[in-house]
Design a protein around this ligand. Structure first.
Ligand SMILES: [Zn+2]
Length: 142
């Protein structure tokens, strides 16, 4: 007699701790019951059923798209998008833009710091040369 274990992966969850339209999360540990590996990023997107069912979306590397367990997506496996995937994609885009803006701001701060440093060095060099000229002119004794 053989026993076949079919791993069932839960991709629709009912949660009560939020009413947010979408939540971005990272798995702390492996959660095979949800098909998640430790450190994997996933999204919970509220279904339109308004019963606080959330779809668990994960990035499908092979298909290069977010995988959504909603009825629309399951019935149309070729579909590239759905309302939930659009929400997630928009969030990813916004995060990318914010990251870019942060990197730019950091770059500007570094440049400002370097400019200040250069001005400081130039001021020091200027002061030294004035001192030298004054010495030459006999205003100062060595
Ligand atoms: Zn969907």
């Amino acid at each position: 007699m053989t026993t076949t274990t079919v791993a069932t992966i839960t991709r629709i969850v009912n949660i009560t701790w939020t009413r947010a339209a979408k939540v971005r999360m990272t798995a702390n540990v492996d959660m095979p019951e949800y098909g998640l590996k430790a450190q994997q990023v996933f999204y919970l997107v509220r279904s339109s059923a308004d019963n606080n069912d959330y779809y668990l979306l994960v990035w499908d590397y092979a298909e290069v798209k977010w995988d959504c367990p909603c009825k629309h997506s399951v019935e149309r496996p070729q579909a590239r998008t759905c309302r939930h995937r659009r929400l997630v994609s928009a969030d990813c885009r916004a995060r990318k833009e914010a990251k870019k803006a942060n990197a730019l701001r950091l770059q500007q701060e570094i440049q400002e710091h370097l400019n200040n440093e250069r001005m400081h060095q130039q001021a020091k060099a200027g002061a030294a040369s004035i001192e030298q000229r004054m010495q030459v002119a006999g205003f100062m004794r060595r």
